[in-house]
Ligand binder design. Sequence first.
Ligand code: C2E
Ligand code: CA
Ligand code: CA
Length: 651
Amino acid sequence: MKRFLNWAGASHRRPEVRRALARAQYAAYVHQAPILYFTIAVVVGAAVSVCASWDNALPTIIAPLVLVLACFWRMAVWLRRRSVDIDVDTMTRRLVGTSRLAAVFAVCFTAWVTILYFTCDPALRGVIAGVFGISTLAAVYSLVNFPISALLVSAVCVPFVSLQLALATPDPMIVGGCGLFVVMFGTTFAVVRSSRDFLGLVAAQVDAQQLSDENSRIAHVDSLTGLPNRRQFFERLEDAVGRAKDGGRFYVGILDLDGFKPVNDVFGHVVGDRVLVECSARVLQVAGGEAFVARLGGDEFGLIVENVRDEDAVLTLGARICEATREPFAFDDAIAAISTSIGFAAFPDAGDAPSRLYERADFALYFAKQNHRGRAVAFSEEHERRMKGAALVEQCLRRADLDAEMSLEFQPLHDAETGAIVSFEALARWDSPDLGRVSPAEFVPVAERSDIIYPLSRTLLRKALAAASQWPDDVQLSFNLSARDLMSPAALTQIIAIAASGPIAPSRIDFEITETALVTDFDRARKAVLALKSIGASISLDDFGTGYSSLNYVHRLPLDRIKIDGGFVREMDSNPLARDVVRTMISMARNLNFDCVIEGVETEEQLALLKTFGCSIAQGYLFSRPLPADKVAPFIAARRDIGPPLERKIA
Ligand code: C2E
Ligand code: CA
Ligand code: CA
């Protein structure tokens, strides 16, 4: 019985197949049922037209009339059901009802035909048996997708039809009876086969649908965190723009983890992945109720905040996310600390197209990272002006004749104790014919975001080497390299070739590199540092303390100097904490046997304090502002003739 039910699909082990089967059977039966009832009504009508007699009214008129009326009623019911949507449970209920009704119909029909057969004129028995047989065949065919009902009808009707034909006169009807029995047997067999195929087809469709659903899920979900992925984010963004077109307002946020890459480098990818998963959970917990949260890739997440009152509300949400992710992530053997910066852009103020909104939010994020790390920032008109400014700088930079427009100024680095000149740092200057003098703080980041940084670094290095060849041999050249130069093996090879074949010994060059390169890809940065050192150059870690430098980085790299960012020195005057930080950084550098350079020294008081901390090299306006190339040699000569200002003071 179980097997029987199984091939019939009613007890298929997969509920989704059972549901799909019920849906398919219902869809088929909704169309077949009216035809079936109509056929039976016509066939019954035909039988009545030859047998009707008022003497024998019950089987020849009243019973068939009831049967025909019942057929029309069922026909009307099923015709009405064609246009009504129902759930799968109701479908299943109706199909079960249909199966029961089929059995009741078959019994009633057989009973009526049998009575008719024996009470009517014997000459009409052949016709009655034929009508019965045709009705049975029609019913079995119509129930082709309901094997249980089809077999039931078959089982009830076929023996009677065959018997009736066999008992009918004349004799050849016996042959007809046997023939019909065989035909019906064959039909039933075909029904069983076809229903099995039908079930197979439905199961295959379910499989195909599930596969397609799974593919779509994989295509829209981030496999690590389970959050919606970048593709789904942009689809949702399109939808949100569509919804807000008629006066709506919403915010797009881009969220980036600060200091995630060092976590990955120091603790490894397994811990990195766990931080991402835990971080997604925290963001979802804080913002899930108010925002759509997606992982855009790496350590970047996207937010779409609809139904939000105003900018204050969205910034408050951002602040809550930042706070939640600032809590250290504790694992069995590691504690990782990161923070989160977020950039928001509002529809329609910042843009009315998804790409524009994303670009604006990304700029706000960039701004947050530069100026308000660990906080949420909303795109403003000031940002719009800056963005346009950067776009203009980029345009002019692309057109620029680097050789003619770029020049260098040089700022000395002095021995903090003796005041002797140790080195000159080359600082880029751009005189654009369209924009006038542009600060490197403005054009270097633009050049770094495009590929212009590569030819720019090469041009500047050639110029710096040419200038340094005019200085005494014991004065070094400090040259700033961009993280992009270190990350590109091709660019680095060219830089090394220029330095190695330049007019001064490579041992006189000190390359200043920033932490950005280290946190992007530590291993590659380490290889780059080794390659630069292989020609004899020395390496300084610039802007130390502003980013995520950890002791871990510093002692794993063959550095020569650490340059403590000028910002700390400026803070020192007003903030005792900054003083402690500088003291700690200096003593750490000494313990690791690095030279420690302090930049941005502007006053004698600062210098005096720094010397008590043990600082070895100092740079800043106190000694000299950056000098044009042709003023460097006279500056050196003057210091050597009359002695450095500090030496004079000491004397
Ligand atoms: P940086 O490498 O940290 O350079 C030090 C900056 O501080 C210079 O600004 C310098 O003029 C300024 N400075 C020096 N002493 C003092 C002081 O006592 N007080 C104050 N307030 N500032 C002082 P500059 O020349 O505007 O350069 C800005 C930044 O642009 C540099 O910061 C560096 O990151 C980048 N840059 C400059 N030239 C180059 C270059 O040739 N290549 C690359 N990749 N970046 C460069
Ligand atoms: Ca520098
Ligand atoms: Ca610096």
